[in-house]
Design a protein around this ligand. Structure first.
Ligand SMILES: *Cc1c(COP(=O)(O)O)cnc(C)c1O
Length: 400
């Protein structure tokens, strides 16, 4: 991702900024497209992961749909060229205003998260003399085996409709004349790397579609959600997720009926590896117990490490040639003669003790002005930036 030309280019640019490798982004999108096309699967991009216009432009150019979680995302998706017939709208708290935006935009479907919401969408559609297509978001009670902050498919989570409420759902669907049932929707969490979890999900989906078919509902769409994880530890050697294996699980374990569509909502897997947060060392504090590297970026630019205790690889680009992790054993012994490896807590400038990217990071001895990259920052990075402490809005730099 960072050749010497790129690193010298960074030297001329004010930090911090997000750096986007658009070539890698296209390679990732291409890999996903090829793997999903093989089975005729439909992929919607979960645009909350990153709605940077250049990212949206690239994603849209591959013909993906959009998975939105707010009215503004619906509007932005369509304004950025996504086909309205490939826009879906999920979210546990859609406001009336947002529902009306989506009704006016004639999106493909609402992923509905409660019986009350079904009734509200029906009322609002009726007022416009429209029919709203709906899929029922079911909470499958499948443990995603991911961090508890980003698991969404358990009974204790706020998302989706639990199985004991399905009779109510069926009754409501029958009585609501301005709703058209299109299928069932699931989303069990994020950063899932264990394919067994998806196999369990398939089994639940099969049970659920049978439940609806037994009651006379035709299930046209099986929407399995997103959540496929990426390798935060090896952003160079494993930079494109294994889409082939992922889609194959669904091909192998879902009971797909003739004419049925299978939909996916991938966010992180499509965009995470294509960006890094680039920052400079402002100060080095050498202590008796701890050494601190104070960067010019903090939780205001990238909050995942602080919010979810997430690991993201940290590199000193200015001393990359001295970084032991980049070299073979014998090479690193030679370079160790020149450079010392030290442990640092890498922190930001924000007035909060939680503003720490990672503790005890082994890095080549680092100095004021060194350029750092925090890797795998393309998903839930730039979009979660804030202006807390009245910081400057974060800038973006592109590979081309
Ligand atoms: C966030 C979200 C996604 C995408 O999750 P990733 O982990 O980024 O793939 C998909 N569907 C819904 C409903 C979501 O809320």
């Amino acid at each position: 991702m960072f050749d010497t030309d790129t690193i010298s280019r960074f030297q001329q640019i004010e930090t911090p900024f997000y750096y986007y490798d658009l070539g890698l982004l296209r390679q990732t999108l291409e890999a996903c497209k090829t793997a999903s096309d093989k089975y005729g699967f439909h992929v919607h991009y979960a645009m909350k992961a990153n709605f940077n216009p250049k990212v949206l432009e690239a994603v849209q150019s591959y013909g993906f749909g959009a998975d939105c979680v707010s009215g503004n995302e619906v509007t932005t998706a369509i304004a950025n060229g996504f086909d309205k017939s490939k826009v879906v709208f999920a979210g546990v708290g859609k406001s009336d205003k947002e529902i009306n935006i989506a009704l006016d935009a004639d999106i493909f479907c609402f992923n509905v998260e409660s019986v009350q919401e079904l009734n509200i969408i029906n009322d609002l559609a009726k007022a416009k003399n429209k029919t709203a297509r709906v899929a029922i978001r079911i909470n499958p009670n499948v443990d995603a085996h991911t961090h508890h902050f980003i698991t969404t498919g358990l009974d204790e989570n706020k998302f989706g409709i639990n199985s004991w409420q399905l009779n109510d759902v069926a009754e409501t669907l029958r009585s609501c004349k301005n709703l058209q049932f299109v299928g069932i929707h699931f989303h069990i969490g994020s950063q899932i790397t264990d394919m067994e979890v998806y196999r369990s999900l398939c089994i639940r989906i099969n049970e659920m579609q049978q439940w609806f078919e037994d009651r006379g509902f035709q299930v046209k769409v099986l929407n399995t959600g997103g959540g496929l994880g990426v390798d935060y530890h090896n952003p160079d050697t494993n930079n494109i997720p294994d889409f082939e294996s992922y889609f194959k699980v669904f091909k192998d374990f879902l009971h797909i009926k003739p004419g049925q569509e299978v939909h996916f909502e991938l966010g992180r897997a499509l965009v995470a590896q294509s960006a890094a947060l680039v920052s400079r060392v402002l100060y080095v504090k050498m202590g008796q117990k701890k050494n601190f590297l104070i960067l010019d970026a903090g939780m205001t630019e990238l909050i995942r490490p602080m919010l979810y205790q997430a690991y993201q690889k940290i590199e000193n680009l200015s001393r990359k040639s001295e970084d032991r992790s980049q070299k073979s054993e014998s090479e690193s012994q030679i370079s160790n003669l020149k450079c010392q490896i030290l442990k640092y807590d890498v922190v930001g400038p924000i007035c909060e003790s939680t503003d720490c990217f990672q503790k005890d990071v082994e890095l080549p001895e680092s100095f004021r002005g060194d350029i750092f990259a925090i890797r795998t920052a393309g998903a839930y990075g730039e979009v979660m930036a804030s202006r807390y402490n009245l910081r400057d809005a974060i800038q973006s730099v592109y590979s081309e």
